[in-house]
Write a protein of this length. Structure first.
Lengths: 401, 373
């Protein structure tokens, strides 16, 4: 066993840190810190271009497509520094979800067409998986694609399609064969979001943002060559993409960063002359969350460094998701507790980016965005396989129940 | 970063696993408890297999292994609920002797370490007192200078495995207020022995005018508390490993039960409420292993970082142990509360592990202090 990073990796960490210190524009960092959902398209684009120009646009991709060839531990260090700099971990649907599928199962033409503009931040992607009646039970999805000459004709409805409002492209799970068992009849289709017949309707979520959408597809005609891989293999590809980022579901970098923010807020909040952080009640609550975050960090490192665990590897990953998503809520709840009454103010979009000097005494710069983020964090135990689904998986894989 | 075991470590774990599986079944353990844990031959076997020498430096006749080896053995012993004082002697006392820095004790120190590693003498720390709770420096036992030696007076509470110890390491306050460590032979003290809830035995140790010569003093001026603090961290972390073994065993035993126990015409493991409980227990066990590894990584760091990491691990052992232990009983229903079933014995062992060498709340406070340091 060995518990430290190699000196080259530590040097790499510092290189990434100074890159963000020198190159991440302050206005972007401030807006990302507040965390509007969704972020402005232009902000996302600027950030992605910043990374891309440095050669870090998609670290996890193969080198031939612009990836970095970093080890899992280097990617880990990169992400940690990105988060600590208030960088944006966005473009998930494209860079992290559809791209690995195209690289593994797509045609050469699809890779040539889609990967370069994706890594350059010129085209954004959305994911069309869930449907109103196919959430946790995704295999029961009903959106259908029928071949008509050289085109697929798609009809149906998708929901919770993240970032659909700003995406040029979407990857959709559609049913192309009704005669086989549900998982076998699903295909993976790439669809231009401005194709006639597509209607995107934003869903306003509880914090006021519009990252999520409903997408209606009425006789949407998609070129035949936009089907990825083999017809009927969509379910396999979807599982592949969900398994690709095994440790991301721990939300480690978010949890670590936001815990520090909770600590900062508690240092600034004064109760009867004492900083909240020095009151035993808050200190103990914070410490209990911190203990769990410290453990989570090592859980992630164990997976990244490929520990041979006596328990089923997929069950271990589900455990990461269970603990990591619950921690998102505990950490953001701590922030709200530290904020006290300040947590209750509704900030309008863009408000709070700068706070006037005469208001700053009453409304410190750390307030805007925290409550919205805590509200959004309620989603973390639902998406990507809910808590309950993860527990089903562990029971099955770790215990054979 | 590499969390995989070397071939030697793998062999050590397999040997420990095999030993407790073949020689330390639940029924033979019950028999030992019923007999008041007589000399059973297990300790000699542990010595034979080198487990008592793992943490002893090579220069002192030991194997000079890192803490990973200690944790591996502790975990396997935890799976079988072994009754011998492995951590108290081979981890805690061995570390205190290894680091003993009073020049006068040098010759005795080497001999004691050799005896400890060979299994011929058990040594126990006698530190906690009736009023000290878990505070390290709350030492009321006194050490009055007399000639070149000292006279010790005081009472130590609940010393694990006191009855089988050949000697004690006793903390006592000197005339100048400094806390020092002394080696005291068994026959110089009075023991009031009693069983603990987990089947092991402990004793209160009374010291009344016990004279110890100059070479019995183990700690140099000013270093007694520092030595204790560091060695107790190792003991606490080994307990986390032992507790992990207990919890892993509980998961396996409970899982078997869920698959065999029939109610409503089917194995109760088919019910989702019970499946989900198992999954929650699984997460706690995974996370406890992670925080234990983090503790190992920090054992040789500067004191504040070490305290922080070890106390975090002890805090998590407390909460995970309570949840996994409690739900282990719950999922068994009534049978889980019977003395004849192992599950409740794991629960009791976890209760003991939670309190010995600092309970969860004490370690949480220590974690917070270390954070501020």
């Amino acid at each position: 066993m060995r518990f430290d990073f190699a000196p080259e990796d530590e040097a790499f960490r510092l290189e990434v840190r100074s890159f963000f210190q020198e190159h991440l524009p302050k206005d972007l960092a401030r807006r990302f810190h507040i965390g509007a959902h969704p972020p402005e398209r232009d902000d996302v684009r600027r950030f992605q271009k910043l990374l891309h120009e440095r050669g870090w646009g998609a670290p996890h991709w193969p080198v031939e497509w612009g990836g970095t060839g970093w080890s899992p531990l280097r990617k880990h260090l990169f992400m940690e520094e990105l988060y600590n700099a208030d960088g944006l971990d966005f473009s998930w649907q494209g860079l992290h979800m559809v791209a690995p599928v195209l690289i593994a199962f797509g045609s050469e033409a699809q890779r040539q067409r889609f990967l370069p503009p994706m890594i350059a931040g010129d085209e954004f992607w959305t994911q069309g998986f869930s449907e109103p009646n196919a959430g946790s039970d995704l295999a029961s999805l009903r959106t259908q694609a029928v071949l008509d000459g050289d085109e697929w004709v798609v009809n149906g409805q998708k929901i919770w399609t993240s970032d659909a409002q700003m995406a040029e492209w979407g990857f959709f799970l559609v049913r192309t064969d009704l005669t086989v068992k549900p998982q076998r009849g699903i295909s993976f289709l790439l669809v231009r979001m401005d194709t006639p017949g597509i209607t995107v309707r934003p869903i306003v979520s509880i914090e006021g943002g519009t990252e999520l959408n409903e997408v209606f597809l009425d006789d949407v005609r998609v070129p035949r060559e936009n089907l990825v891989g083999e017809p009927g293999m969509g379910w396999t590809y979807a599982k592949y993409l969900l398994e690709k980022e095994r440790t991301a579901s721990a939300f480690l970098y978010f949890n670590k960063r936001e815990l520090e923010k909770a600590r900062d807020i508690a240092r600034e909040s004064i109760v009867r002359g004492t900083p909240l952080i020095d009151t035993p009640e808050f200190a103990r609550k914070l410490a209990r969350v911190e203990v769990d975050v410290l453990a989570l960090e090592y859980s992630v490192l164990r997976v990244l460094s490929q520990e041979s665990n006596r328990h089923n590897a997929d069950a271990v990953v589900s455990a990461l998701k269970l603990r990591g998503s619950a921690l998102q809520q505990r950490v953001t709840d701590l922030q709200l507790e530290a904020l006290g009454l300040h947590a209750l103010r509704q900030w309008e979009h863009g408000e709070g980016e700068t706070i006037a000097a005469d208001e700053a005494r009453r409304w410190p710069a750390f307030v805007p965005g925290r409550t919205a983020q805590a509200l959004i964090a309620r989603a973390s135990t639902i998406y990507g396989g809910s808590q309950e689904i993860q527990k089903n998986i562990i029971a099955k894989l770790a215990f054979g129940l | 970063m590499d969390f995989n075991l070397s071939d030697e470590q793998q062999m050590l774990r397999d040997a420990a696993s095999r030993y407790v599986r073949e020689r330390y079944g639940f029924e033979s353990r019950r028999h030992l408890v019923a007999q008041g844990i007589p000399e059973s031959g297990h300790w000699a076997a542990y010595a034979e297999m080198g487990w008592l020498a793992l943490a002893v430096p090579e220069a002192d006749g030991g194997l000079g292994c890192g803490f990973v080896e200690t944790a591996l053995v502790s975990e396997e012993l935890g799976r079988a609920l072994v009754l011998e004082p492995y951590i108290g002697c081979a981890v805690l006392a061995a570390r205190l002797l290894e680091r003993a820095d009073a020049p006068a004790c040098r010759a005795r120190r080497a001999q004691l370490l050799a005896d400890l590693a060979a299994g011929s003498t058990q040594i126990a720390l006698a530190h906690g007192e009736p009023d000290s709770r878990f505070e390290l420096d709350a030492v009321g036992t006194t050490a009055r200078a007399e000639g070149s030696g000292h006279v010790l007076d005081g009472t130590k509470l609940m010393v694990p495995a006191a009855a089988t110890a050949g000697a004690f390491i006793v903390s006592a306050r000197l005339d100048d207020g400094d806390v020092a460590l002394f080696l005291v032979p068994r026959d110089a003290v009075t023991l009031h022995a009693y069983p603990l809830i987990d089947g092991t035995r402990a004793a209160d140790v009374a010291l009344t005018g016990v004279f110890v010569p100059a070479d019995a003093r183990l700690s140099a001026p000013g270093s007694g508390l520092m030595l204790l603090d560091e060695a107790l961290d190792r003991a606490a972390l080994a307990q986390v490993a032992e507790g992990l073994g207990c919890m892993e065993a509980m998961l396996a035993i409970t899982n078997d039960y869920l698959k065999t126990r029939q109610q409503f015409g089917q194995p109760i493991g088919r019910f989702q409420a019970l499946q989900h409980r198992m999954s929650e227990m699984f997460v706690d066990v995974q996370e406890t292993r992670s925080i234990m590894l983090r503790g190992i990584a920090s054992l040789d760091a500067e004191p504040a970082a070490r305290r922080r990491a070890v106390s975090a691990a002890k805090v998590m052992l407390g909460s995970a142990g309570r949840f996994v232990g409690g739900q282990g009983i719950q999922l068994h229903g009534g049978i889980g509360l019977t003395d004849e079933h192992p599950i409740g014995h794991y629960y009791k062992r976890l209760m003991v592990l939670e309190k010995l060498y600092g309970d969860s709340e004490w370690h949480l406070s220590r974690f917070i202090e270390a954070q501020r340091a």
